[in-house]
Design a protein around this ligand. Structure first.
Ligand code: NI
Length: 156
């Protein structure tokens, strides 16, 4: 298990534009593995490399358990529709906010073998892809969110 240390909102690295990956090598594959481990450890549905202080265009998404998307140099090549709903971020613990996102996106990215892949995502998965890709451009969802609010403690 490769658990990496998260960085949090307020750290200027979260607002920087990450660099493209020019070669998908063992180091990048280890980064992917560590992002997945860290995302799962923290209970997230996505994680981007800059959130662990690595300014490279790499992120992972796992909305449905076991269905992991590993995205290297992802680009949204088309989008349609609009959805409005709440999201959170492991770099902004304890908060949620409402964000407009496309209802559907098509994303192209390299996989861990350096092969170009195309993924379609709708609904919450599209939201997760957009949220993670925003991180690669130094955008944290709080800059887009309305009604940013603290998670209420659940006592059950
Ligand atoms: Ni996030």
């Amino acid at each position: 298990m490769g658990i990496r240390k998260l960085i949090y909102e307020g750290d200027p690295q979260l607002n920087k534009v990450s660099r493209e990956v020019s070669e998908v090598n063992e180091r990048i594959r280890t980064l992917l593995d560590d992002l997945v481990d860290t995302m799962r450890e923290e209970g997230g549905v996505g994680l981007a490399a800059p959130q662990v202080g690595v300014l490279r265009r790499v992120c992972v998404v796992e909305v449905d358990e076991g269905e992991v998307y590993e995205l290297i140099n992802p680009v949204i090549i088309s989008q349609e529709g609009d959805q409005y709903g709440s999201e959170g971020c492991l770099s902004v613990p304890g908060y949620y906010g409402d964000v407009h996102r496309p209802q559907k996106v098509v994303v192209e990215a390299l996989d861990r073998n350096g092969k170009k892949q195309r993924y379609e995502a709708e609904d919450f998965k599209a939201r997760a892809f957009c949220h993670e890709i925003d991180h690669l451009d130094g955008i944290v969802y709080t800059s887009k969110a309305d009604n940013l609010r603290k998670v209420e403690e659940k006592k059950e």
